[in-house]
Design a protein around this ligand. Structure first.
Ligand SMILES: [Zn+2]
Ligand SMILES: [Zn+2]
Length: 187
């Protein structure tokens, strides 16, 4: 494992959140409160969840800010992370809850959902910066996809997002090889 377990979960959740944003003509994957409810359950978010339009707007507004982590250089990322932590008045505390052993929370459980999402993502990215691993943040290799990717693999081999682009690229490469060999056998 590259980072602490809770850090890796937080990084994966941040990637998933950023990738719900409508890009490349795709629809918004968090279009309404019900979709946000589902997202929260999928990613095991605990704490305050009001389930109203204002909360959804807050989460929507956070997505492009988090996407910037993939777009800025190291100094820019640091400025942004410090801003996110400062705005939320983040105060790291070790806590234990549900099935989770001790890990860091830097916001109280009754802070707005978007604030807690922002701080959890920022705290996890702090570890990435400190480990000099921002190079593991990529954009999906598919020419038609702008999804963000974090490569936590040992050999730094992850090139595609989790939205199926890797499979599609493999299928396309397979078809190309097949049609090439078919053309070759006819010649
Ligand atoms: Zn927790
Ligand atoms: Zn992709």
């Amino acid at each position: 494992m590259l980072f602490a377990h809770d850090t890796e979960v937080a990084l994966a959740a941040a990637v998933a959140l950023v990738n719900t944003e409508p890009m490349d003509g795709d629809p918004d994957q968090l279009p309404d409160v019900a979709a946000l409810d589902q997202f929260i359950r999928t990613w095991g978010w605990t704490g305050e969840h009001r389930g109203d339009a204002a909360e959804l707007r807050g989460v929507h507004a956070l997505r492009p800010r988090l996407r910037q982590i993939w777009q800025l250089d190291e100094d820019g990322v640091v400025v942004l992370l410090n801003q996110l932590l400062c705005e939320a008045k983040a105060l790291p505390q070790l806590v234990k809850h549900d099935e989770w052993d001790y890990h860091l929370h830097a916001t109280p459980p009754d802070a707005p959902l978007a604030t807690r999402m922002a701080v959890e993502a920022a705290m996890a990215m702090v570890d990435v910066v400190r480990a000099k691993e921002l190079g593991r943040l990529r954009i999906c290799d598919s020419p038609t996809c702008s999804d963000v990717v974090i490569d936590l693999s040992k050999n730094r081999s992850k090139r595609f997002c989790d939205g199926g682009c890797g499979n599609r690229a493999a299928v396309a490469a397979y078809r190309a090889r097949k049609s090439q060999s078919a053309a070759g056998s006819r010649a």
